[in-house]
Design a protein around this ligand. Structure first.
Ligand code: ADP
Length: 427
């Protein structure tokens, strides 16, 4: 394999939505970023980019498996030239008692020979700050926040030095806010002290955005860091300032042409409003959820409906319904069975639409988007401009069908004219 580009930043994210959030943050900070779904094939052809975020689902799986997958991701990223790898975790440090943050950090540290790993989940713009090693969620310590009752990863200790030491084989130290506030040299000196004592990881305090920039400058010269999108932002700003980016790289938003279609599986208030507004500008088909759940071929009906219309402009196909209608379907068939059947029907429709030439696809609904992306087997996405906060235009990378633009929206995201806004940016 001949790597087509040398990455300046590699990231491994322990869940998909966290990966998207990081990829979007890096893009906004000026790094051209691809998010991949899982560890990519060795021969994945990348456009010219600065950063790749490999999305794993490794937050709550067995620790050994999380380690194996993360190491494979690291190997791929280093093979593409990434000198720094960020292991992206949740900004609330979500982890099970056995990890997986500590075990993955230990394995990656051993693989790259890092003396001391910088660790901080701080992301002040979303209310995550770290002081004296204690993580705050808004104004309360982590162990008093709703995370104390999380169904998979309840967090009972806000002292991250203690939490990480419990999970890791190495000793864990602290770089406190006083050092961070004094600047990059003070942080480097503190890390050197810790490394000299054989301490292999340091929780780094950060309360303000400027702290992340200091941390990013220091981390950029290391091989490995662990943190949330906040440290990603710090690393991106450090790289942009050092002009390691490629300003003339291909444009994620360059037109692809071809037919456009929208799919809505979200039943959120925001999406229902967005669909009502879309009815004024494009043909809309409302699926019959009852027919989907009882195995009637609604997907075929939808594709037969869309087929002749696609040449005339975008169409929207929606399963979305009011809370009362959703409750009625769920009462008859069960919440999970109904949700799953409808998601799969949406995936069938997406597959059929792409087969009949659709190259611009907009999907509303988090689970719905997951089902569609899995079905289309797209290896990765180059992240483009934001349609709405947190919803970028995505250009498929390595897709069987070639060039394609996609937007994936969680239910509540986007303004009232979301579908029109998206189509405006996806030419
Ligand atoms: P959101 O981002 O708003 O949570 P999701 O796609 O994640 O949207 O979740 C919506 C869920 O509701 C999916 O499982 C979807 O299949 C299901 N669903 C969609 N339409 C209906 C409907 N009419 N009745 C019952 N469930 C539905």
């Amino acid at each position: 394999m001949t790597p087509s580009v040398e990455l300046s930043l590699g990231c491994i994210a322990d869940d998909y939505t966290g990966a998207s959030d990081l990829a979007n943050t890096l893009t906004r900070a000026g790094l051209r970023t691809v998010q991949t779904i899982g560890v990519p094939a060795d021969d994945l052809a990348l456009p010219e980019v600065d950063a790749v975020v490999v999305s794993l689902k490794s937050r709550s799986i067995e620790a050994g498996l999380a380690v194996t997958r993360s190491r494979a991701a690291e190997k791929w990223l280093r093979g593409r030239g990434a000198s720094h790898v960020l292991f992206k975790i949740c900004s609330t440090f979500d982890s099970t008692d056995a990890g997986n943050i500590g075990p993955v950090m230990d394995a990656l540290r051993a693989d790259c020979g890092e003396a001391v790993v910088l660790v901080t989940p701080a992301f002040p713009e979303t209310g995550r700050t770290v002081y004296q090693g204690n993580l705050f969620v808004g104004s309360v310590p982590l162990n008093e926040s709703p995370l104390k009752d999380h169904p998979l990863n309840p967090m009972h200790d806000s002292n991250l030095v203690r939490v990480l030491a419990h999970q890791s084989k190495t000793q864990v130290g602290l770089v406190d806010l006083a050092a961070v506030a004094r600047g990059a040299d003070a942080v480097r000196a503190r890390l050197a002290d810790l490394a000299a004592k054989g301490i292999g990881a340091a929780i780094v305090d950060a309360v303000f955005d400027s702290d992340l920039e200091t941390i990013g400058r220091v981390a950029a010269a290391h091989r490995l860091s662990v943190g949330a999108s906040g440290i990603g932002l710090g690393l991106a700003r450090a790289q942009v300032a050092a002009r390691e980016t490629r300003p003339n790289a291909a444009d994620a938003g360059a037109p692809v042409g071809g037919p456009a279609a929208c799919l809505a599986g979200s039943c959120s208030q925001a999406t229902l409003q967005q669909i009502a507004n879309a009815e004024k500008i494009m043909p809309v088909l409302h699926l019959d959820p009852e027919r989907i759940v009882t195995g009637k071929d609604e997907a075929k009906r939808a594709l037969d409906w869309a087929g002749p219309r696609l040449a005339d402009g975008p169409v929207l196909i929606a399963s979305s319904a009011t809370p009362e209608a959703v409750a009625a379907v769920q009462a008859r068939h069960g919440r999970e069975a109904a949700g799953h059947a409808i998601e799969q029907a949406m995936a069938d429709i997406a597959e059929g639409l792409v087969r009949s030439g659709v190259r611009r696809l907009i999907v509303a609904g988090g689970e719905t988007s997951g089902a569609v992306v899995d079905r289309l087997q797209i290896p990765g996405f180059l992240v483009g401009a934001e349609i709405a906060a947190g919803v970028p235009v995505l250009r498929a990378v390595g897709a069987r069908e070639g060039d394609m633009l996609i937007a994936l929206k969680s239910g509540n995201f986007g303004g009232p004219q979301f579908f029109a806004d998206a189509l405006g940016l996806m030419r």
